[in-house]
Design a protein around this ligand. Sequence first.
Ligand code: NAI
Ligand code: MG
Length: 355
Amino acid sequence: MKIAVLPGDGIGTEIVAEAVKVLNVLDLDFEMETAPVGGAAYEAHGHPLPESTLNLAKQADAILFGAVGDWKYDKLDRPLRPEQAILGLRKHLGLFANFRPAICYEQLTHASSLKPELVAGLDILIIRELTGDIYFGQPRGRRTATDGHFPGAEEAFDTMRYSRPEIERIAHVAFQAARKRSKRVTSVDKANVLETFQFWKDVVTEVGREYPDVELDHMYVDNAAMQLVKAPKRFDVVVTGNMFGDILSDEAAMLTGSIGMLPSASLNAQNQGLYEPSHGSAPDIAGQGVANPLATILSAAMMLRFSLDQPEAADRIESAVRQVLAQGLRTADIHSEGTTQVGTRDMGDAVVAAI
Ligand code: NAI
Ligand code: MG
């Protein structure tokens, strides 16, 4: 089992170190190799995703990724910015399916911005399409408008696009994931306004006919945004496009209390995957030893389950995390009265001890 370890920037190095510690205690046969990515790689090699890092990632069964980015790189040309590394990895590895579970742990119910009864027991899975949509559609750019409300004015434009195979493959991923859960899929679109999403809705409906055991419903994205804060437990698997998925998955993250708890997986058709916390490099707290490593540790558990075929080991990590929460250990982001505040390393050590 080859794992490429790409810690990246900011708190990335601190949290990935804890996940590696947890993986090492499992006594499985891993081959882990570390490489720079993001701003760290720009400093060392002049590029956020150097050839050597990309090759390591391509040859690995799975990639454990921290986070990239820092305000100090904001003035770099776009292709040299740290964030290009993650976009490049998604593109080069064909990572089209992004799994973002939003689980509200029993002990953290009060940390949610919603009333405890709305989130107690919450366990939803947002599946975001990752390689299409307005993020990559061409043409895009700036020009002088020749029509519209202000002809002659400077304008910018992007293109929203989805092809049938792109929608079909993400729909299959969603229906198959739902089969292992409560057998319900909600497809989120904006079919009332956008042709791209009328097509999305039509294709998801067609694919759904192959899964008669899974219940499918459709929801407009504005309503989905509302329902997520009104009655989030009505959802189980949510499947949507790249942009809506970006926004809704962050919204869902907040229901669970802290972004520091939320793992993610991005998979390609071969189940090769990139595993990373849902949060960024948190430059505001980097180097202080206070970041919550649990999102990254739980990402390592997803890696064991999805890419390395080690479901028991994944279970061991996840129950160890529940155990340390039950012990009352909390990093600053989830700390509350009556619990014990610990730093990044102590939290990692506690998970290791629980395993
Ligand atoms: P962020 O997720 O890094 O931080 C948002 C807030 O959450 C901050 O107050 C931070 O301290 C807190 N936070 C995040 N992770 C935490 C953890 N594990 N424990 C405790 N607190 C935590 O998002 P932000 O501030 O918008 O972006 C910072 C940098 O990260 C930017 O350069 C951005 O581009 C990059 N970024 C990278 C991502 C990636 O590598 N996949 C994803 C999102 C942002
Ligand atoms: Mg986001």
